[in-house]
Design a protein around this ligand. Structure first.
Ligand code: GRF
Length: 189
């Protein structure tokens, strides 16, 4: 299956998805990387991996119009599944509706806990002993939608938001390609 990845920044999850796609038994290939931030670091990694990129700032455009531009680029690349990887904007209902349950996201918490930003700091402040990450289908509600897979990570004494984020990120990079592959195999056979 052809996957398009949406990023806004570093793109480490994008890289993990690309690396996993090189395996002979991987059911997807990355056809396009899209960014709403032309300065996203991940764009360089995508280009270095030989993957087509589409980058344009969303500034000054109504959300629906910007999303329609991305949609056009994804359709032109014959993308079948969209993976959000640190894409830091809400998607319009029109965009989401056009992909019929074929947009996935990775979120750094055990959803439904800690939707939104600063998940690691909030989990620490609440005294959680277990934290983690979630791959889910994207619906118009932020960080909502059916859960595809989760990975738990222990919170350790002395953790800061940064040390906890690093530990969760390792699991994100393992979980996301695995969950996306399983989803695609189940849906497309
Ligand atoms: C990850 O923690 C992801 O779960 C969250 O934003 C971060 C993006 O990191 N949505 P990267 O751009 O994939 O390195």
């Amino acid at each position: 299956a052809r996957v398009g990845i949406l990023i806004s920044g570093r793109g480490s999850n994008m890289k993990a998805l690309i690396e996993a796609s090189r395996a002979a038994d991987c059911p997807y290939e990355v056809a396009l990387v899209v960014s709403n931030n032309p300065d996203a670091l991940g764009l360089e990694d995508a280009a270095a991996a030989g993957i087509a990129t589409f980058a344009q700032s969303h500034r000054g455009l109504p959300r629906e119009d910007f999303d329609a531009l991305m949609d056009g680029a994804l359709r032109a690349a014959r993308v079948e599944w969209v993976a959000l990887a640190g894409y830091m904007r809400l998607l319009s209902p029109g965009f989401i509706g056009g992909w019929r349950g074929r947009i996935v996201n990775i979120h750094p918490s055990l959803l439904p806990a800690y939707k939104g930003l600063d998940t690691h700091a909030r989990a620490l402040a609440a005294g959680e002993r277990v934290h983690g990450c979630t791959v889910h289908i994207v619906t118009p509600e932020l960080d909502d939608g059916p859960i595809v897979a989760q990975a738990e990570v222990p919170v350790l004494d002395g953790d800061t938001p940064a040390t906890l984020a690093d530990r969760v990120l390792i699991e994100e990079h393992r979980l996301y390609p695995e969950a996306l592959s399983a989803l695609i195999l189940k849906a497309d056979g």
